[in-house]
Design a protein around this ligand. Structure first.
Ligand SMILES: *[C@@H]1O[C@H](CO)[C@@H](O)[C@H](O)[C@H]1NC(C)=O
Length: 482
């Protein structure tokens, strides 16, 4: 729904930092089938929990800047889509053997165009196939154009308890430039309606760095948003995506490119304003007060398991139900009609699955964990790297030490995290940190001793180690539905 400027950067950082640019190649972990180990690693118990992302692929209108997986069709066969979402959710929950779903997120596309009945049916399926605790966070992304009070009340009735509203801007000219179908007044009305029904649990999305937007226009817009918003705000820098109308206009010279230093200034000004308004800057793009953090998205940044349902949805989980023992990156078929046919014939529309090597998993733990103000705790790192501690990787002379001396990175009893100053620079710090991780990982101490360590298991034709996949997988970590 929104542009998320950091995604390509994070994915590109991983690809660039990887020797051989991310090609298969015999990486250090290759062929061992296990994390570095001096003792055989006992098989972990099936992880009991996962977050669940559900992608609704349809929109009423194409926004000028959006290249997400979305479709504008004259008529949606909602009953058929609903049946497929329900069936795929059941299949994948069964496959993961997850006992409890910690949160559900309906994204898109424009999921507020789905009927509350569809949302309810998916939630019932989830609750039937796994436990869905009473207080579990259930978020729906809503566009101001489809978020009147009766509709929103229907979603609440269906089980939604948190809304994320795609306001983007409170300026009519900016909204037109973005090709949004709502006006500023409608956005305001939607937020007010949402806050009435979901008090303390309404988030607003805002975009900055629009072509021609001045620093003052941005701060005025943010000021207005602060007067309107609840306790959660997401700020995204507009990125020009190939194939979008807006990018064509900018690249064709019809609209100005926002200068880098202005973008940096807009971001810094915004985080200062939000901090002054009592918001905690808990993730690169996200701000919350009164503890209203998004638990769903935190599970991505904490590298927990998540299951993606719907066209183009991404997931990360261990398919215990079919004997899998390794975390996989999974992507569902993009195109809704093709996806539906696959779900109808085999219960799910998983198009690609790649077993993530231990190093790849750590790269994600690092790249995602550093996005948050809590960073990566020793405990979480240890879950993915039982034999090579955070200190062993980042506490030794090298890039990370330099970054600590600059005051951008902190490694202490809490773990590894960015400082307030460092968080704004994350995209430029990451490549060095990923390099350091890869180099430390390749040192002999990190490798399993010959003859010891976990034995290699037949890979069951899953392509273990064979393919590193594309690291747009990482994009999916957060976008869920690209
Ligand atoms: C949270 O995750 C959803 C689903 O993947 C994504 O669409 C959304 O942009 C994320 N929101 C934030 C606040 O990062």
């Amino acid at each position: 729904m929104a542009a998320r400027g950091w995604r390509p950067a994070a994915a590109a950082a991983i690809a660039a930092a990887r020797p051989g640019g991310g090609g298969p190649g015999p990486g250090p972990g290759s062929g061992s089938g296990s994390a570095p180990a001096s003792e055989p690693v006992p098989e972990p118990a099936a992880p009991a929990t996962a977050a669940l992302y559900v992608h609704w692929p349809y929109c009423r209108k194409r926004c000028s800047y959006c290249n997400f997986n979305k479709y504008v069709v004259p008529a949606v066969d909602e009953a058929a889509v609903r049946a497929c979402l329900v069936r795929e959710a059941r299949t994948l929950l069964h496959l993961s053997q997850v006992q409890s779903v910690t949160s559900v997120f309906f994204g898109g596309g424009t999921p507020s165009l789905a009927s509350p009945r569809t949302i309810a049916a998916v939630l019932e399926a989830v609750a039937g196939a796994a436990h869905l605790p009473a207080g579990a966070e259930v978020t729906l992304e809503a566009n101001p154009g489809s978020a009147g009070t009766p509709r929103l009340a229907g979603f609440r009735e269906a089980g939604v308890n948190r809304l994320s509203i795609g306001v983007q801007s409170l300026d009519d000219a900016e909204l037109r430039l973005l090709g949004r179908e709502h006006t500023a007044a409608e956005a305001q009305g939607a937020v007010e309606a949402a806050r009435g029904l979901f008090p303390g649990r309404t988030s607003v999305d805002l975009l900055f760095g629009l072509p021609g937007q001045s620093r003052d226009a941005w701060t005025r817009g943010l000021e207005a948003a602060l007067g309107l918003c609840d306790d959660h705000v997401s700020l995204y820098q507009l990125t020009l995506e190939r194939g979008t109308a807006l990018a064509a206009q900018v690249w064709g010279g019809a609209l100005p490119v926002p200068p880098q230093d202005l973008l940096a200034d807009m971001y810094q000004t915004a985080r200062a304003m939000l901090a002054a308004a009592g918001f905690r800057h808990y993730e690169v793009s996200n701000f919350a007060r009164k503890g209203a953090l998004s638990t769903h998205n935190l599970s991505y940044w904490r590298a927990e398991q998540y299951i993606g349902v719907g066209p183009g949805a991404h997931g990360r989980f261990v398919p215990w139900g079919e004997g899998g023992r390794s975390r996989e990156a999974r992507v569902q078929t993009l195109e809704p009609d093709a996806w539906m046919r696959e779900v109808q014939s085999r219960g799910h529309g998983t198009r690609r699955r790649v077993v993530l090597s231990p190093l790849e998993q750590l790269e994600e733990v690092l790249a995602l964990g550093l996005r948050t103000d809590e960073g990566i705790t020793h405990e979480r790192w240890g879950q993915f790297s039982p034999h090579l501690s955070l200190e062993a990787v980042f506490g030794v002379p090298g890039e990370a030490k330099d970054l600590q001396q600059q005051g951008w990175l902190v490694l202490d009893g809490g773990g590894l995290r960015c400082s307030w100053e460092g968080l704004a620079l994350l995209d430029s710090l990451l490549p060095d940190l990923l390099c350091q991780l890869q180099h430390r990982w390749a040192l002999p101490a990190a490798l399993p001793r010959p003859g010891r360590g976990a034995e290699e298991k037949p890979d069951g034709g899953q392509g273990r180690w064979r393919s590193r996949g594309e690291h747009n997988g990482l994009a999916g970590v957060v976008s869920g539905g690209e």
